[in-house]
Design a protein around this ligand. Structure first.
Ligand SMILES: Cc1cc2nc3c(=O)[nH]c(=O)nc-3n(C[C@H](O)[C@H](O)[C@H](O)COP(=O)(O)OP(=O)(O)OC[C@H]3O[C@@H](n4cnc5c(N)ncnc54)[C@H](O)[C@@H]3O)c2cc1C
Ligand code: FES
Length: 363
C-alpha cells in the first residue's frame, strides 16, 4: 500500500496550509485534488511557476524536470518543482508568494478560428487566431505582454506553448510566431494542413515573463543628470524568442514610453530573417527604440550587425556606456547561456535579467 505524507505549505505572509500526498502522486496534483489551489500553469514541469523551497523533509524529483526549469544551484538549495516531485517523508514547503494569491490562476480554455497562416521566412510562420465566445462571436482573450498560450488543433490532443506577439485587443486576435522545428508536430501542421477557418483550442494565458512595473513608470525619461534614468532597457531575442519581446515593446509604445531601449535580434542569414518590416514600423511608434538586427551569415549589402545578437549586445555595451537597467531575453537555451555569460562579463547584475527559455513544450 502506498504511504501518505503530510505536506505543510508556508506562504510569504506566514500563513500555512496542510494537505496529504501519497508517495506516488505529485505534490501539486495532491494539493489541487484537496482544493489547495497553489499557483501553477503547465503542470508538465517546464514553466517553473509551481516551484517551492523544501525546508524540511525528503522527496524525489521526477524525470520530467530538466536543468532549464531547475538549475543545479537551485536543486542544491532544495528548490522543488511541485508538479513533478514526490514526497518521501512529511515536508515543509515555502512558496514565494502570499496566501491571498492561492487560487488566483485565471487561465481559461476557449475556441479560436484560424484567421491566417503565413510563412515569414524559411523557418518561421505567423499564425493569427481569433478567439470566439460560446455563440461563435469574437471575444477578447486577456493576457499580459510576455505571456504565452497553449494551443491544440481539432484533430489531435497534442498541445504546445506559444508566446503572444501582439497586444490584448477587443476583437480577440492572437498573433503567434512559430519556428519550424525539424520533425515537429506543429512544423508539419503549419507546412501541410493549417488553413484559415479551422478551429483551434487555446488555453491560457500563462507565464511570469512580464515587464516589471518599475520599468513602465510613465515619467521615465532619458535624463542625463540622473544616471539611473539614463540606463536603457535591453531586449535580446533569438529566432521566435522575438515574439514575447515584440509584445512588450508594443506595450511600451502604447504607453508612450520615451526612454531608451534596445532590441538585439539575430538570425542565421537573409533567408531566415523575419519581421524586419514590423520591427521598423514599431520603431517609428517607439522613438527611444534602437534596433540591432544581426545576421551570422549576411549578404554583402547587409547594413546590420555581422555576427549573432549576443555578440551585438556585448559589443554595444563593452564600450563603457551605461549598463542596462534591465535585460529581457528570450530564445533557445544556448542563446540564454551566452547572454548570461555576456552579462556576467559586462557586470550586469543577475537581478536585472529576466528570461524565458523556449524549451520543448510537448508531452
Ligand atoms: C513558455 C514557452 C513559450 C514558447 N513560445 C514559443 C513561441 O512563441 N514560438 C515558438 O516557435 N516556439 C515557442 N516555444 C516552443 C514550442 O512550444 C514548441 O516546443 C516548439 O515549437 C516545437 O513544437 P513542434 O510541435 O513543432 O515540435 P515537437 O513535435 O514538440 O518536437 C519535435 C522534436 O524537437 C524537439 N524540440 C521541440 N522544441 C524544441 C526546442 N524549443 N528546443 C529543442 N528541442 C526542441 C522535441 O524534443 C522533439 O524531439 C515555447 C516554449 C515554451 C516552453
Ligand atoms: S506547473 Fe510545474 S513547472 Fe509548470
Amino acid at each position: 500500500m502506498s504511504q501518505t505524507y503530510s505536506i505543510t505549505s508556508r506562504f510569504e505572509d506566514g500563513a500555512e496550509v496542510q494537505f496529504q500526498c501519497c508517495e506516488d502522486e505529485d505534490i501539486l496534483a495532491a494539493a489541487l485534488r484537496q482544493d489547495v489551489r497553489l499557483l501553477c500553469q503547465c503542470r508538465k514541469a517546464f514553466c517553473g511557476s509551481c516551484k517551492a523551497l523544501c525546508s524540511e523533509g525528503d522527496y524525489e524529483l521526477g524525470s520530467r524536470i530538466n536543468v532549464q526549469v531547475l538549475p543545479p544551484d537551485e536543486e542544491e538549495d532544495g528548490v522543488v518543482v511541485t508538479c513533478d516531485t514526490y514526497p518521501r517523508s512529511d515536508l515543509i514547503l515555502e512558496f514565494p508568494y502570499t496566501s491571498d494569491r492561492l487560487g488566483s490562476m485565471s487561465a481559461c480554455e476557449v475556441k479560436a478560428n484560424v484567421v491566417s497562416v503565413e510563412k515569414l521566412s524559411a523557418t518561421v510562420y505567423r499564425l493569427v487566431l481569433q478567439t470566439l465566445d460560446a455563440e461563435g462571436r469574437p471575444e477578447k482573450f486577456d493576457f499580459v505582454p510576455g505571456q504565452y498560450a497553449e494551443i491544440s488543433t481539432s484533430d489531435s490532443p497534442e498541445t504546445r506553448a506559444f508566446s503572444l506577439a501582439n497586444l490584448p485587443n477587443e476583437d480577440g486576435f492572437l498573433e503567434f510566431l512559430i519556428r519550424l522545428v525539424p520533425g515537429g508536430y506543429y512544423a508539419a501542421y503549419l507546412e501541410n494542413r493549417a488553413a484559415a477557418g479551422q478551429t483551434i483550442t487555446v488555453r491560457g494565458p500563462f507565464g511570469e515573463f512580464l515587464l516589471r512595473d518599475s520599468h513602465l513608470v510613465e515619467d521615465f525619461r532619458l535624463n542625463e543628470t540622473s544616471p539611473e534614468c539614463a540606463e536603457p532597457i535591453v531586449f535580446i531575442g533569438g529566432s521566435t524568442g522575438l515574439a514575447p519581446l515584440v509584445s512588450m515593446l508594443r506595450e511600451l509604445a502604447r504607453r508612450g514610453f520615451a526612454g531608451e531601449c534596445h532590441l538585439f535580434f539575430g538570425m542565421q542569414d537573409a533567408a531566415t530573417m523575419f519581421y524586419e518590416k514590423e520591427l521598423r514600423s514599431l520603431a517609428k511608434s517607439l522613438p527611444g527604440l534602437k534596433l540591432h538586427l544581426a545576421l551570422m551569415d549576411p549578404p554583402a549589402d547587409w547594413d546590420g550587425y555581422r555576427g549573432n545578437a549576443v555578440a551585438a549586445y556585448k559589443d554595444h555595451f563593452a564600450s563603457g556606456i551605461s549598463l542596462p537597467k534591465a535585460v529581457y531575453l528570450c530564445g533557445p537555451g544556448p542563446m540564454i547561456d551566452a547572454v548570461l555569460q555576456a552579462c556576467a562579463e559586462l557586470g550586469v547584475s543577475p537581478d536585472r535579467i529576466h528570461r524565458e527559455e523556449f524549451v520543448a513544450s510537448g508531452a
